[in-house]
Design a binder for this molecule. Structure first.
Ligand code: MG
Length: 327
């Protein structure tokens, strides 16, 4: 989802960007369209058995795209000498290529929060060592970065990440055991990939974001709060020591944080719909119910514990979500 939307943004700014490499999984028909449109110099696919059809396709259209595959292919794409690498692979598969890109001093636009959840400390230390910026493509983390507007976090009293609450925040706990995959995949506000949509339904996504934010902004876990905000228009807020709060608002559309990172630090106008406050519903904020959503509590506990606890939590969650998606 993030890859597709990143290409969508890039198409609107086509004079400013060139796609050097693309890495894909199994969706070969979509990849073919993307190769035709963006004509990347290099393409990686996860499985070798997709190489032949792609080779014929590239030959047929007389393109100069070079093909690679597997984890080596991924590493090759991640370490191409580029101005920006967008990391948007679901789960911990993105961890290694991200580290390899950092060592090549390639700036990172990070959509895969699992990278910082499972290895936040070593990854941030590596980024610091190689002086590589890591910019957040997560609407909440991008919101916080824009509210902060400086690297000085010493005046922060606490910050708030908002959560839509997903499809079930109003549902009574007694009905939770009968929730189906289809219901869980039906997110009210955001269009996202399957794994993160399930994580949103359980609020684990917010728990992962708490740990992500903790590493990205070097803030103690207990300074990061979560509020349910069903309208998904306010994405993050910072309350400073003096009680002043700065918040970030935009329509719930991932192209906003994607474009923020692509054109950072510049701001550029774009054609997709912007927020009109007078046409918007009233804004509501609620404390999350940790009895209904115990994974959020668990994420706080793992984050405070530190060490490999968040990596274990994250791996267990990846496995549990995969099993749920397989029914
Ligand atoms: Mg998010």
């Amino acid at each position: 989802s993030i890859g597709v939307q990143t290409l969508d943004v890039i198409q609107h700014f086509s004079s400013q960007f060139k796609i050097l490499g693309l890495a894909a999984g199994q969706n070969i028909s979509l990849l073919k369209q993307q190769i035709l449109t963006f004509q990347p110099a290099y393409v990686s696919v996860s499985h070798q058995n997709n190489l032949e059809t792609l080779k014929e396709f590239i030959k047929h259209y007389n393109l100069n795209t070079e093909l690679v595959y597997g984890s080596q292919g991924l590493r090759f794409i991640a370490t191409l000498p580029s101005d920006l690498l967008i990391v948007a692979i679901t789960g911990t598969a993105s961890l290694l290529p991200t580290c390899q890109a950092i060592k090549k001093k390639i700036p990172i636009g990070l959509a895969s929060k699992e990278v910082l959840v499972s290895a936040g400390k070593p990854v941030m230390e590596l980024a610091q060592k190689y002086q590589v910026p890591i910019l957040p493509i997560d609407s909440e983390a991008a919101a916080i970065k824009q509210c902060l507007a400086t690297d000085d976090t010493s005046n922060i009293e606490h910050l708030t990440l908002t959560a839509s609450g997903g499809p079930f925040w109003k549902k009574s706990l007694s009905e939770f055991s009968s929730i189906t995959k289809k219901q869980a995949l039906n997110h009210p506000n955001w269009s996202m990939g399957e794994k993160i949509t399930i994580d949103s339904a359980t609020l684990m996504n917010k728990g992962l974001e708490v740990i992500e934010t903790h590493h990205m902004f070097s803030l103690p876990i207990n300074k990061i709060k979560v509020l349910i905000h069903p309208q998904s228009l306010v994405h993050g807020m910072i309350e400073f020591k003096d009680g002043n709060i700065i918040s970030h608002m935009a329509v719930p559309d991932m192209r906003f944080p994607i474009q923020y990172v692509l054109t950072y630090p510049q701001k550029q106008s774009h054609p997709w719909p912007k927020l009109s406050l007078s046409d918007s519903p009233a804004l509501e904020f609620y404390e999350p119910d940790l009895k209904k959503f115990p994974l959020l509590k668990l994420a706080y506990e793992a984050g405070i514990k530190g060490g490999n606890a968040p990596a274990i939590l994250n791996a267990a969650n990846e496995a549990a979500v995969a099993l749920f998606l397989k029914k």
